[in-house]
Design a protein around this ligand. Sequence first.
Ligand code: ADP
Ligand code: ZN
Length: 611
Amino acid sequence: MQSAQPILPLDVLNRVFGYSAFRGEQESIINRIVSGQDALVLMPTGGGKSLCYQIPAIIRDGTGIVVSPLIALMQDQVAALRLQGVAVAFLNSSLSFQEVQEIEGQLMRAELDLLYVAPERLCQARTLNLLHQIDVALFAIDEAHCVSQWGHDFRPEYIQLSILHEQFPQVPRIALTATADESTRKEISLRLGLGNARLFISSFDRPNIRYRITQKNNARAQLLQFINTEHPQDAGIVYCLSRKKVDETAHWLENQGIKALPYHAGLSASVRQNHQERFLREEEIVIVATVAFGMGIDKPDVRYVAHLDLPKSIESYYQETGRAGRDGLPADAWMVYGLQDVIMLRQMLSGSEAIEEVKRLEQRKLEAMLGFCEITSCRRTSLLGYFGEQQQEACGNCDNCLEPVESWEGTTEAQKALSCVYRTGQRFGVNYLIDVLRGKMTPRIEQFRHDQVSTFAIGRELSEIQWRSVFRQLMARGLLAVDMDGFGSLKLTPESRPVLRGEETVHFRKDVAKARKTARRKKSAQTHRSFSNSFSNQSEEKAVWEALRSKRNKLAQEQGVPAYIIFHDATLMEMVEYHPTTLHELSQINGVGSTKLEKYGDEFLTVLNQS
Ligand code: ADP
Ligand code: ZN
């Protein structure tokens, strides 16, 4: 797009993308690139990184080259931009020779605003030659943390991207990532030669995500209840640790009448592709997955991420939950967590074959994650604090803020539990220990004559459930260790001593009893403007919402694109709220740019005027 008049970023934002104002630092970043300088952008998922290179590419002469690691997703990104009237194409291995030639022709004729390329493609001599013959508006390096050799998304091809700087010193470059830590940032800067780039760091808070961690009692039933009461018609991701559990959970949900699809590395590439595609394209689909699923999934309307197993670190938790609510609308990060999770993770760690240094690091990360599960204060404050961001006030949008947790002084109980471990020889698991504490005469206890030990029957004041909570918390805090024997035997640790000697007091989180929790949760779910629940059932608004959604689905199916590419949920929500009746009014809705107005305006107005 070229013209004599300078084009203002805000005009492009309004006209092409249909949004009224920039978010956060978007405008400064865009100005920096438009003026020909480099930038390194750290912004959380859903923060709005794409516009930071798309708008400069539209404004500057020539074509903006976007390096993106995920071939499978380029197609949707390109389809979305085309619907907004942007001249865009992609080059990757999925194209035929003829298609490649066609795109090369468009490039040479300066017909493209943007070209998406896979990194290995970009570094081929043929592509570089081509780029030397045209005007390159900018290079955008998306998912820039893939250059980091220590990160989990490392892509060797990304290392080669330093040649961009060497071969095209005059072209501005923008590297973008949602990975926040300092070492990754330094590595990106070093490897991509971004020494002169201005650094833009946004807050990593995701205020629209509600964090909740619930005591696990029957994980599947809890999940089902969560989906049915809070997200019956929404898209969501359910994470499990093992492939087997993924398959079983997906199958079980399917039997309960929920559209659920499994995704893990053990499925064939074509099945994975098919499930990913259905998740992107259809609505109301739940994907049950291992962590193999997710990088680069930019479906904006994922309304919840549920964890049935504990992530290995806070970084993973943040990344995985971050896939919810990219569109900025309310979303849930929901997790169930219990005694077994602690035992299993502790066992996995002690059995890990990793070298000592790595093991210690993993251990520390797990400690932090367990601590995060057990805290009684604001989860968001703790999460952001972990990434070095200070937040003064409690957030009001996490479980601990919404339903303050009581704690209780349990030094005596801790001592009873620890000495019971000691008296029985540090060879038994939780269930056995609880039986001893509660004075239950089981055949095993008789066999080992543990009715004779001094801790037999000294813990009748707590129920079995309460003792499980005590043991869980003792383990989470490292006051008890799990043996490597595979039976979950508990052992004392150096940290147990001061407690046993009475030199340290212990406070426990009071786990909420099941019945009360359900009642409370229902109430909080109502105040949470969750999607499928945001209109009361028979209301007029709900009817309009459904009509708009079905129009959107029909168009999406006709054109073979995901529904959100036509309009986001947020845009449909605004239509329900403001009920525009003319094209001009419709153009004022966020997310309705000029091309979409022309293309879909009349169809959506017809729906609005009929309802
Ligand atoms: P990221 O790549 O940082 O995860 P995206 O670029 O996909 O985020 O943007 C997330 C969502 O926010 C998209 O749906 C996008 O259209 C929307 N968005 C971005 N910038 C704005 C803005 N200034 N106003 C309204 N919506 C925006
Ligand atoms: Zn909070």
